[in-house]
Design a protein. Structure first.
Length: 247
């Protein structure tokens, strides 16, 4: 990583799986969500087990793991809803897209309201964010989550104070893997894309950085493993290792 020290003038972070160790939490949430949806759309009792597994598979959850190429890892909240809807339509009458998304959001709000602990931070997150700030590097966050959802997960740790730029899934002009989030960060900071370090944990993040011409570092142990990235991609086991970039 040290060869990139001089060129990096700003850092853009992914959230899920990169800053937060939340995929195990999301697997549990999504299972509960789909179980609720099966009741809401009155899927027959004898079909519900298969419907739940089909819904999970459609968003990229199989055998208790998150597919780094699936919707949960790389999609938007809208695309995840659409994938669920398509899977559940094989088992019952699914509402129209807008109504289904309202139903999903309502149920998800209930699930989140019942949780008392936020998803844990990945190891070394505060060290890495603080190191970047100590060098005076502008930092941003690019997530496929909505503003409300993303800020709700960051707030318990006070992470918002590190970011001067946000790209949320419900506000971005174009979602990842389109490079819009990086190019907009570049435009607003006046820093060329090739001087921006983009840190993520999925092949979608790698593709986003590659199209924008940004420097990319993959944090392993989120959704993606080292086999999911190109051979030349920088990798680290946790965000704390990225401190090496800043010193």
């Amino acid at each position: 990583m040290k060869k990139h020290i001089e060129s990096i003038k700003a850092v853009l972070w992914d959230k899920d799986g990169t800053l937060l160790d939340n995929f195990s939490v999301w697997i549990r949430r999504e299972r509960s969500l789909i179980e609720f949806l099966c009741t809401d759309i009155e899927i027959a009792e004898n079909l519900r087990s298969d419907a739940v597994e089909s819904g999970l598979a459609a968003i990229g959850i199989r055998d208790g793991k998150v597919d780094p190429h699936g919707e949960l890892a790389g999609g938007t909240e809208a695309s995840i809803c659409d994938a669920m809807s398509g899977a559940l339509s094989d088992f019952g009458q699914v509402p129209e897209p807008e109504e289904f998304r309202r139903l999903v959001n309502g149920r998800l709000h209930e699930i989140l309201a019942g949780e008392t602990e936020p998803p844990p931070l990945r190891r070394g997150v505060l060290d890495a964010l603080s190191a970047a700030r100590s060098r005076g590097l502008p930092q941003g966050l690019a997530t496929s989550d909505s503003r409300k959802s993303a800020l709700g997960e960051l707030a318990p740790y006070g992470l918002e104070k590190f970011f001067s730029y946000y790209s949320f899934g419900d506000e971005a002009l174009r979602p990842k893997p389109d490079p819009w989030c990086i190019l907009e960060f570049s435009r607003l900071t006046g820093i060329p894309a090739d001087s921006i370090l983009f840190v993520g944990d999925t092949p979608v993040d790698e593709a986003t950085a590659g199209t924008a011409g940004a420097v990319f570092c993959a944090v392993l142990g989120g959704a993606g493993g080292w086999r999911d990235f190109s051979a030349t991609t920088m990798t680290c086991n946790d965000p704390g290792e990225i401190v090496k970039v800043f010193f």
